[in-house]
Design a protein around this ligand. Structure first.
Ligand SMILES: Cc1cc2nc3c(=O)[nH]c(=O)nc-3n(C[C@H](O)[C@H](O)[C@H](O)COP(=O)(O)OP(=O)(O)OC[C@H]3O[C@@H](n4cnc5c(N)ncnc54)[C@H](O)[C@@H]3O)c2cc1C
Length: 381
């Protein structure tokens, strides 16, 4: 049977010092009116101005080499920053995907030109990116993508349609998964490639999709004979599936899978300190601590060049379940009080979280799909 592995690394003095600095920065920004905390901030809190400030502080692309705008810091330093940004509900959505996964993909698979022209702009908080995997008929079954890139004399022609593309409407680039040759018999994962597509090219239409909360943060993106150069291929032709799976490990393993609703707990505890039975708080803290340890373990393994895809699926699934549990617990405590006596801000946050929570078990892979990934790794057929 396979074993999951989550190396444990205690926080270093450098990490503690970084945590203090980011907390002080966020406190000062909030006090100066630089931002208002929002739930699900890595998707809903779009502020290019705030992203530029974080870039100037050196808190985007922190792990990348200095020649590409990074600081060559350990992955655990980035984790400290992302944890603090999420708990504060800071508006980080503009650059989040670029920092979390697109930059890492470019670093790993990109050409020198792609690295030099894009990574420093991402690190400065001035270049945003999105994920072009899902299509109307290809969500859980991602290998069913029909977006097609056909070779031309100067490069490629891209046609097809992507859906649910978070922040595409403010993004400069999308990594598109497209079919470049037919599947090989039963191997549907063959013949797929990734492209780094400049979203200002002609033939690209982006239209917003309104979510249940009335916000437009994801989009439909249509490609109609978009002319790409040979240089726009990301990585190797035909290696798209493997590249995508690596990208999903980055997407699934981070603290955004269990800290998106933490703001609600913090605010409820601050507003109603006597209302929470210690057993409820104790259980929530124990669970989030375990998730943090697992997430730190995955960050270490990613840093070592390993592929903890299954562990990432496990953290996402457990994290999503924790967020649901946290919301239920806080809602239960609030429900014991008459609404008229409740601070309006806390009720607004509760309602916002309630509307946003269902998306968490869909984006980045549904609960059923993640459980399938984990079960297969455990040898369940
Ligand atoms: C808020 C949000 C943001 C998103 N952002 C992006 C983005 O930026 N880029 C991007 O490419 N995509 C994005 N997505 C899409 C997301 O990845 C898909 O919604 C997800 O993969 C599920 O695909 P689907 O919606 O087509 O549902 P389906 O795949 O049709 O699934 C429907 C239901 O059937 C279940 N199901 C399907 N297959 C199986 C199976 N084999 N076994 C058991 N159950 C199964 C699923 O678990 C689900 O409950 C986003 C989605 C959301 C909600």
């Amino acid at each position: 049977m396979s074993q999951f592995s989550f190396p444990i690394a205690p926080e270093t003095p450098e990490e503690r010092s970084l945590r203090s600095r980011i907390r002080a920065f966020l406190e000062a920004e909030r006090a100066a009116g630089g931002y208002q905390s929002v739930a699900d901030c890595w998707v809903s809190g779009v502020s290019p101005a705030f992203s530029r400030k974080l870039g100037a502080m050196g808190w985007i692309g922190m792990t990348w080499p200095e020649r590409y705008g990074g600081q060559a810091l350990p992955a655990l330093h980035r984790l400290v920053v992302t944890e603090e940004l999420l708990v504060a509900g800071a508006p980080v959505a503009a650059h989040w995907i670029a920092d979390r996964q697109t930059g890492a993909q470019i670093l790993k698979f990109g050409t020198e030109r792609q690295k030099q022209s894009i990574l420093p702009r991402i690190a400065a908080g001035r270049c945003y990116t999105c994920v072009g995997m899902s299509e109307p008929q290809a969500g859980s079954d991602l290998a069913a993508v029909t977006t097609k890139a056909t070779k031309t004399s100067s490069g490629w022609s891209l046609s097809g349609r992507k859906i649910w593309s978070t922040v595409a409407h403010i993004s400069n680039y999308m990594i598109v998964l497209a079919r470049t040759s037919p599947a090989e018999g039963k191997n549907r994962h063959a013949g797929l490639s990734q492209f780094l597509v400049n979203l200002t090219l002609s033939g690209i239409g982006i239209s917003g999709i309104r979510d249940i909360a009335g916000h437009t943060h994801f989009n439909e993106v249509v490609f109609d004979d978009v002319k790409l150069t040979r240089d726009d291929l990301l990585g190797e032709e035909g290696n798209g599936w493997a590249q995508c799976m690596g990208e999903l490990a980055l997407e699934r393993s981070g603290p955004e899978r269990f800290l998106t609703t933490f703001l609600l707990l913090e605010q409820a505890l601050a507003e109603l300190p006597a209302a929470f039975p210690p057993a409820i708080v104790g259980e929530l803290i124990a669970r989030v601590t375990t998730l943090r340890i697992m997430s730190r373990g995955i960050a270490l393994r990613l840093q070592a060049g390993e592929h903890p895809d299954t562990e990432a699926a496990l953290v996402k699934q457990l994290g999503n379940a924790f967020e649901k549990h946290l919301f239920g617990a806080v809602r239960g405590v609030i429900a014991a009080y008459p609404e008229a006596e409740m601070p309006a801000g806390l009720l607004r946050l509760r309602d916002e979280v309630q509307l946003r929570l269902p998306a968490s078990t869909l984006r980045g892979g549904t609960t059923e799909i993640l459980r399938g990934v984990i079960a297969r790794q455990l040898g369940v057929r």
